[in-house]
Every structure is written in structure tokens, then in C-alpha cells.
Design a protein around this ligand. Structure first.
Ligand SMILES: Nc1ncnc2c1ncn2[C@@H]1O[C@H](COP(=O)(O)OP(=O)(O)OP(=O)(O)O)[C@@H](O)[C@H]1O
Ligand SMILES: [Mg+2]
Length: 278
């Protein structure tokens, strides 16, 4: 009994919903050109399903971050559609949302940015609660008035990520690994259906890398579709259920990590192949 209790304390489980495998997003003919001469993504087509942990790989400048930002609506698409699903049916095209609809979409599609985007002078708990912003009135969020249920969820998430002891510490005083964990909690505050993470383990040590990847895996196993930009093929093999490889703005591989052959990696990374873990 005591041992079982200890297990629940030391290995908290991400508190969410039961797992599911339905389609949550369909990307069709998506493209991005910064200028007519500078195309970064072309004819991108894929579906995302609940419960997947999908890696996006490709050399630096391939368009990985641009793709994630387009899904989240922070970068506008040049052409194509990003269709989200609700209750198993097509709901809306994310590329054509009004400002209000876009706020709602961002709460359904959480994002962890490469530089964490925490508010340095605010404490950890408030940073996590700010994840509720899109569902909190402007006035309430200005005065940082949050519902007790939100506080309870924020604390639950911080405990799950083993960072509750730092809850009242300013975000600026955290280590990189701790900041990343707080950023995950903040993104999960709104109970998104999709979680996007742009290089969430860049510059983390192996222990923190494992911690973050394990957290993302748990989140995906709870029925969220997780998409993550990675620079390590080893991590793709160890943690991901699927991998999308982008070369010169096009998808050249979409499938199981086990299907990533040396020839494919050569095509994906070219001369950079020796700079990645594989
Ligand atoms: N705001 C912008 N305006 C113009 N070009 C941009 C802008 N943002 C990115 N780019 C260009 O788009 C291309 C793709 O960039 P992106 O950041 O998506 O690559 P990435 O695959 O994420 O690379 P990395 O692995 O280095 O993070 C690059 O050539 C980049 O210079
Ligand atoms: Mg990037």
C-alpha cells in the first residue's frame, strides 16, 4: 500500500483524458513563400491523429519551425488548407479564421516555443496560469485573477513535471530544463488537443532531455496529438511513433521511425549528417 502510494507520488501521471486515435488535423497542399523568390514549404500533406508523437526532421532551414507556426496560426500560410476536426467531422480551415476564432484555435493547439517565452519577472505558477489567457477576460488576466480550478490544475501540472517546489520562484531564476518544464505546463493549461513543440530539447543535458521526451510521450498517450521538431535521430527512434522528413520544403518521408534508412538520412541532411545524433 505504502509502496503504491509512493509510486503515485514519484511518478505522477499527466492528468487528462482517456486515449483516442481519431483524426484531429488534416494538412492539404500547404505552402509558404516569404517572397515570390523565397519558397520554404511546398505541397505539404499529412494528417495528425490523437495519441501520436510525430517528429519533424530535416536540416537547418528546411522549414520545420515555419510549419509548426503555420499550424498554430502564428505564421500565415501562402496556400493550402489546415483543416481541424471536431467530433470526427471537419470543423474549420485554420488558415481562414477570424481573430476570435484564431484565439480559440490557439487554445486547442498549444505550442512550446524554442525560447520558452516565459515572463521572466513573474513566478512559475503565474506563468503557467497565463496559459489560460485566451479563456480569461482581459481585465481578469491584467489583475491576474484566476479561478481556483485553474490554480488547482496549474499546481497539478507543476507537480506532474516535478517542479512544484519552484512554483513561487521567478521564471528568470530557473535552469533551461526547468524553464522547458514550465513551458510544457503552461501549454497544457488549456487542455489542448494538439501540442506543438519546436526543438524542446535543444541545449538540454541527457537527463533533462529524457524527462521532456517522457513527458511528451505521456501527453500523447493520453490522447493528445504531439508534433515535435527534433535534431536527433536517436530521439526519434527512442520516443516517436512517426516521423516526417522535410527536404527543401517538401515531405520526402512520412512513416515509422524504423523506415528511416541511411539513404533517406543522406537525402535529408546531406553534408550535415555527421552533425546529428543517429
Ligand atoms: N520571418 C521570416 N522572414 C523571411 N524568411 C524567414 C522568416 N522566418 C524564417 N525564414 C526562412 O525560412 C526558412 C525556413 O526557416 P525555419 O526556421 O522554418 O527552418 P528550420 O527547419 O526550423 O531550421 P532550424 O533547424 O535551424 O531551426 C529559412 O531559410 C529561413 O531563413
Ligand atoms: Mg527551427
Amino acid at each position: 500500500m505504502a509502496q503504491a502510494l509512493l509510486k503515485t507520488v514519484t511518478e505522477p501521471v499527466y492528468p487528462l483524458r482517456p486515449a483516442a486515435k481519431h483524426k484531429v488535423l488534416s494538412v492539404r497542399g500547404l505552402g509558404k513563400a516569404w517572397t515570390p523568390q523565397q519558397r520554404v514549404l511546398d505541397e505539404i500533406n499529412f494528417d495528425l491523429h490523437a495519441g501520436e508523437l510525430v517528429a519533424v526532421i530535416g536540416r537547418s532551414g528546411a522549414g520545420k519551425s515555419t510549419l509548426l507556426h503555420m499550424l498554430n496560426g502564428t505564421i500565415a500560410a501562402s496556400e493550402g488548407a489546415i483543416v481541424n476536426y471536431r467530433d470526427g467531422s471537419e470543423h474549420q480551415d485554420v488558415t481562414r479564421l477570424s481573430r476570435g476564432e484564431m484565439r480559440q484555435w490557439r487554445s486547442e493547439c498549444g505550442m512550446i516555443f524554442q525560447d520558452f517565452c516565459l515572463v521572466p519577472r513573474l513566478d512559475v505558477l503565474t506563468n503557467v496560469l497565463l496559459g489560460r489567457l485566451s479563456q480569461t477576460s482581459t481585465l481578469k488576466s491584467f489583475f491576474k485573477i484566476f479561478a481556483d480550478s485553474d490554480r488547482a490544475r496549474a499546481i497539478e501540472l507543476l507537480q506532474w513535471m516535478n517542479i512544484l517546489p519552484q512554483a513561487l520562484q521567478r521564471a528568470e531564476n530557473l535552469s533551461g530544463g526547468q524553464m522547458q518544464r514550465v513551458a510544457i505546463c503552461r501549454a497544457l493549461m488549456q487542455q489542448p488537443n494538439i501540442l506543438l513543440a519546436d526543438e524542446p530539447v535543444a541545449s538540454l543535458d541527457p537527463k533533462n532531455t529524457r524527462r521532456i521526451m517522457a513527458a511528451l510521450q505521456q501527453v500523447s498517450e493520453q490522447g493528445i496529438s504531439v508534433m515535435v521538431n527534433l535534431h536527433s535521430i536517436e530521439l526519434v527512434h527512442n520516443w516517436c511513433t512517426r516521423v516526417i522528413g522535410i527536404q527543401q520544403g517538401r515531405i520526402i518521408y512520412d512513416g515509422a521511425p524504423s523506415g528511416l534508412t541511411e539513404a533517406l538520412l543522406q537525402r535529408l541532411y546531406g553534408d550535415e549528417i555527421n552533425q546529428i545524433d543517429h
